[in-house]
Design a binder for this molecule. Structure first.
Ligand code: GLN
Length: 519
């Protein structure tokens, strides 16, 4: 095989050669829709992981708030909402230590494996109708997702050589895998957990129908297990991707010690928080929003060139808008899910479907619309009209807010007792998907492009931190679901989104200036 430098540019269409990062020329691996075969392994692993995550999430809050006589935990929204918010927020927060453990100790590949095992065990734990098993399950899923989610994304990037033009397309395919899992899971887990049909089946086969929720959680466990088997079997296609870092024994020992110390400190803090007379949720309410503030204060206190400092300000602006966006968008699993459960008609043509099925709508729209958006940006780009990333962030906020205006009207139409057509929520999710497709794909890439070289890898963590904060705020909103009139709650979310949309629009030019050459 000739080792000529001009083979550097890969051409997926013709299957020519790509130059790898180690500067040897190898045949282009294009066995998975023109992409490396390893992408198939990661695609299906993440698909199953998201299947387990979204399947369980579709029924989590409904299980917590269902009456004991319905097999639920019988909590009110004021108690269940913040627990839900804390859980979904932690799932994303642990991406920070998860990335650290992979980079400094065991590599991404093993992190994904360990993470997947913890997640599967967590879902198994949720199949038991016992409160300690419930909390243990959530804890294991939080730890497992922190190890799996950020690292599998990093591995996708690692499949491609530095010059490989297929990288962005690879991430888009991967995002479709996420949404394939997220689409199918609520259908399966929702059917098992909530449907009258499955409850009848359980009853007629001598099982307790009230335990249907735990069958739904069990399906999540099965999904993650299939994903793990597939990951192990497909491991040989991952070549050198995600291997453990080559550390000298001293560094490895030091990193391991740091990890243990950090884990011990966190454990002590948790125990202290638990023992405080103030409820743990109240403490978290102040602590979690302080985390990003502390992180950015630390970041800005470092020595930077004026150019880098400008970029950091742009990153901070993106961070605030992303956190706000997620705080509205992620109410899909909380307030909007409760609205589906209590105020939405769930039958079509005489067929009764579980309210949690509406959780699939967003992913279905992503499948339909992602190619349209990709085409739209390219078409606009050709005319020199493609919006800048700060403009796309403002679209994201606008659409997610507009969705809440629609659901505010739906709540008005439903009144305190009634039920409205499911088309209301379908419209809400359509608008939310517009927002997601405007903001989410550009988010991480803009953050990493703006990040000063020495903190690039931290930016994946910062992006997840925005997600984490957003989820926590979303859970707080759910806590007032039974306290205030719904049109008022949804209308307020709409109002806040619109205020920040206006701010985001006003900041488009200044942020673009801060970004300089980066787009
Ligand atoms: N739906 C995407 C996923 O599950 C993005 C969700 C998010 O970042 N909050 O990965």
């Amino acid at each position: 095989m000739p080792d000529t430098p001009d083979l550097e540019i890969a051409d997926p269409a013709t299957g020519t050669y790509a130059r790898n990062a180690d500067l040897t020329v190898t045949p282009l691996d294009a066995r998975f829709f023109g992409h490396p075969r390893g992408l198939s392994t990661l695609f299906f692993t993440e698909m199953w992981e998201r299947f387990s995550f979204y399947g369980m999430r579709a029924i989590l809050l409904l299980f917590m708030t269902a009456a004991v006589t319905e097999g639920g935990l019988g909590w009110n929204a004021a108690k269940a909402g913040p627990i839900y918010g804390l859980y979904t927020s932690m799932v994303y927060l642990t991406a920070l230590p998860g990335g650290w453990i992979a980079d400094r100790l065991i590599g991404q590949r093993r992190s994904v494996l360990v993470g997947g095992i913890l997640i599967a065990l967590g879902h198994v734990s949720l199949t038991f109708h016992l409160l300690p098993a419930f909390f243990l399950g959530l804890f294991l899923i939080v730890c497992g997702t922190g190890l799996l989610k950020p690292n599998i994304s990093t591995m996708v990037g690692g499949l491609y050589g530095l010059e490989d033009a297929r990288r962005d397309a690879g991430f888009s395919i991967f995002y479709m895998g996420i949404n394939l899992g997220a689409f199918s899971a609520p259908l399966v887990c929702g059917f098992l957990g909530q449907s009258v049909q499955f409850r009848g089946f359980l009853q007629s086969h001598g099982f307790n129908p009230l335990n249907s929720w735990h069958w739904g959680f069990g399906a999540a466990a099965v999904g993650m297990t299939i994903g793990l088997i597939q990951y192990v079997l497909g491991g040989r296609h991952l070549a050198q991707t995600g291997l453990a870092p080559n550390l000298d024994p001293g560094t490895r020992a030091r990193n391991f010690r740091n990890l243990l110390v950090a884990a011990a400190v966190i454990a002590v803090v948790c125990v202290v928080l638990w023992l405080l007379p103030v409820p743990i949720m109240t403490v978290m309410k102040y602590l979690l929003p302080l985390l990003p503030v502390a992180y950015f204060v630390y970041l800005f206190s470092q020595p930077w060139t004026p150019e880098e400092r400008k970029h950091l300000w742009a990153i901070a602006a993106f961070f605030v808008f992303a956190a706000l966006f997620w705080s509205a968008f992620e109410q899909a699993g909380s307030t909007l899910n409760l609205f589906a459960d209590r105020f939405t008609r769930t039958s079509i043509f005489g067929f009764q479907f579980p309210p949690s099925w509406l959780q699939s709508v967003n992913s279905a729209f992503v499948w339909m619309l992602a190619p349209v958006f990709a085409w739209l940006w390219i078409a606009l780009g050709r005319r020199g009209l493609e919006p800048s990333s700060p403009a796309k962030f403002s679209y994201g906020l606008f659409f997610v807010g507009a969705g809440f205006l629609v659901v505010a009207f739906a709540a008005l139409a439903a009144g305190p007792q009634g039920r409205v057509s499911p088309l209301w929520l379908v419209t809400v999710y359509l608008l939310h998907t517009f927002g997601e497709l405007a903001l989410s794909p550009v988010g991480l890439s803009t953050m990493t492009k703006l990040a000063p070289a020495r903190v690039v890898s931290q930016m994946m963590g910062v992006w997840f931190l925005a997600d984490s904060l957003g989820n926590f705020i979303g859970g707080q909103v759910a806590s007032v679901f039974e306290k205030f009139p719904l049109p008022w709650i949804f209308g307020s979310v709409f109002g806040v989104c619109m205020v920040f949309t206006v701010i985001a629009v006003a900041l488009i030019r200044p942020v673009k200036r801060l970004m300089g050459e980066v787009h």
